[in-house]
Design a protein. Structure first.
Length: 313
């Protein structure tokens, strides 16, 4: 049957993540050959002309963009609860993300009053699995859930990196989420940022979250010449220090060149100073790590000496 858009209830649209690339392909296909697959709806609880959409939200959005008047639909003669569970089982091949699972569980709990034991039975999972999924709702701020639904943040990056970051520092998590949505960081990029935040000091964490994009640019430029590091850790460290020394010499040469004058705007100056401050902080952190290793070595040597072998010390 064909339904006009005003007859559709899209209350469950927020349970699914948007995928901009797929939706662009879908829009092109609908424009070229028209709608091939109907959306799935169930009869609404009120007026007989209302229908609740269960599956096909991307098709509805695309057809609206194409200024169509109607959408082809198939009516499932069952309750909304049964339809939501059936739709999920039909999508099992492509697999829901953990966040989509958590949104659906929360919706079933709040709307239909299912407790965790009943949800576990319906999903053929343990109650602890249900509890962990429901916890994801509370651990991430709602603004981040919204950006994930809109396809601005990859769900895997959110579950793997933003969730533990939110547990440790909610403010930094929100800052990083805004940077991801603005710059389109990949999951690998987010992993690099999170690893640096996790291992850094309080000061380095503040610098990192002030400009995550700058960190990635510095990280990329620092790792490009290090493709063939020696297997010996000591030689690897010495080689990296050589790269830093040569890079600083080249930088000084650019800044102190007697050739054509370096023309910089105020924004350029601020960007360069931010980059140098960040690099300087990373160097200081490396020096602190080396001093820590030195201290640990001295302590081990002292311990060996007290054990009665002064030559080993």
């Amino acid at each position: 049957m064909d339904l006009e858009f005003h007859r559709l209830d899209l209350r469950y649209e927020s349970l699914r993540i948007r995928h901009p690339t797929r939706e662009r392909r879908l829009l092109a296909s609908l424009s070229d050959v028209g709608q091939l697959l109907p959306i799935a709806v169930v009869p609404g609880g009120g007026d007989d002309t209302d229908h609740v959409v269960i599956d096909g939200f991307a098709r509805v959005r695309a057809l609206k963009q194409l200024r169509e008047d109607t959408v082809r639909a198939v009516v499932w003669e069952m309750t909304e609860l049964e339809a939501l569970l059936l739709s999920r089982s039909m999508r099992s091949a492509e697999g829901d993300t953990s966040l989509e699972q958590s949104w659906l569980l929360a919706e079933l709990q709040q709307t239909f009053g299912l407790d965790q034991q009943e949800l576990a039975r319906r999903f053929d999972r343990s109650t602890s699995w249900v509890s962990r999924r429901l916890a994801l709702i509370k651990e991430l701020p709602e603004c981040i859930h919204l950006e994930i639904r809109q396809g601005l943040i990859a769900p895997h990056a959110a579950a793997k990196y933003l969730v533990p970051l939110a547990r440790a520092n909610r403010v930094h998590c929100e800052r990083l989420a805004r940077a991801i949505a603005k710059n389109g960081f990949s999951t690998r990029d987010v992993g690099r940022i999170y690893a640096s935040w996790r291992d850094g000091s309080a000061a380095s964490r503040e610098r990192l979250m002030a400009d995550p994009a700058l960190f990635l640019r510095v990280h990329q430029s620092a790792t490009e010449p290090s493709e063939n590091l020696p297997l010996n850790p000591r030689d690897g460290v010495l080689k990296e220090i050589g790269f830093i020394t040569n890079a600083t010499r080249r930088l000084k040469k650019h800044l102190c060149s007697k050739g054509p004058r370096l023309e910089l705007t105020a924004v350029d100056h601020e960007d360069l100073l931010s980059g140098l401050r960040f690099a300087s902080g990373e160097i200081r952190s490396s020096v602190e790590s080396l001093l820590k290793l030195q201290l640990e070595g001295e302590q081990r040597a002292g311990s060996e000496y007290t054990d009665g072998d002064p030559r080993a010390a």
